[in-house]
Design a protein around this ligand. Sequence first.
Ligand SMILES: [Zn+2]
Length: 453
Amino acid sequence: MNRHRFSTEEISIFRRSLLAWYDIHKRKLPWRDWHDIDTNIVAYRVLVSELMLQQTQVATVIRYYETWMKQWPNIKSLAEASEDDILKCWAGIIIDSIFYWSYFFHLGLGYYNRARNLYKCAQLIINEYNGEFPNELETMINRLPGVGRYTAGAVSSIAFNQANPILDGNVIRVLSRMRCIGSDLKKKSTTDFLWSLATDVVCPERPGDFNQSLMELGATVCTPQKPKCNECPVQNQCLAYQQQKEIESILDIEQCSANCSFCLKSSDVDTNRSLVEHYPRKKSKTKQREETSFILIIYRLTPKLEFLMIKQKQSNLLSGLWSFLEISSSKNHLDQMNEQKRKTYIIEEIQQMPTIDTIPSINNIKLAGQCRHLFSHIDKQYIIYYTHCEQNDVLIPSTSMQWFNEEQVQTSAISTAMKKVFNVALPQIKLKTSNGKKNGTIDNYFKKKNSKV
Ligand SMILES: [Zn+2]
């Protein structure tokens, strides 16, 4: 049994529980408010409300929906209206909606197309269907301008009581949580699977109410952030919720056999969020974790300039590559330290490194600067220091620790991040050494430099 599908028994409990909840908790919305109205008008109302809701929040839509319905209470009146009046009403929605600012960017990109399509639908229904809203799902999708699988599913289930599924953002969230669908929504296999789940669950007795109850649950309980799982009527059928309660470690989320294409991958897990909130999988790239490291570059003059490098251990992100001495630090920790404390911290940490027992005494370390490198999962900030190793403090070279000259550093197996680090520090080390070797003081160095000009 594939755990990403509902069993027959689960489906019947799901329908019963959700509809019972919906009957009590549904919000009073004007497009839901009808009694004994003919299906033609219901279909029209559903169409108008669904198209309005595609770009705007419920609270804003209510006002415009009511204005719209007063002006054009049925398909015939809309078909006879002027396009100008329709666009004017629609413009009010856009300007008044939460999309106010993005309106300016989307102006040419089809926000008005929904209003124009509604108008075209009305004319087409009057001219070609004798004023009767077509009730076949395929006809709606193929003939009515701007009507896709979702809108046709909503109209056919709500107005014509047909057991057709719907799948919008709310329904995707509810279903992917209930069945732990953690695969990429951009993949056709994922959306195809979600459509098939929506088809499985839609209730044949009350398809319109059932579809609306799914959307309502997504809008009011099963919200993107901080879902109200304790108020959820279908908590017992929700795999994500069950898993969140039961699993020992959040890393146990891949419960199917290997290579299941629908399970969330443990690499997608963000421990700052609850497990339920991981579904559906975020479309955007996972945010890189921020890290900070101190780097200490130890150099010597033999008399050529040489740099101490160590080979990264196997467990490290950059295992096998050569690196300068690196001490990781947390953001919190970093903020608590002033410059002097940082230096003391670095020295202490270096002396405690197991591989660095042959290191000479270091006490005079200097700040070279900072740089940043983006790894696939980590946004890393390097704070770079350098220090001079007296020649007589000879380090024992080993397979994991060696002196590299400048050319060797540039050509050896070192990471891009370490190359960046090196390029920040090198000019300063050179300045320091040319200064130290020939003239003794920085002042002399600059005097010399200026005299050249
Ligand atoms: Zn799976």
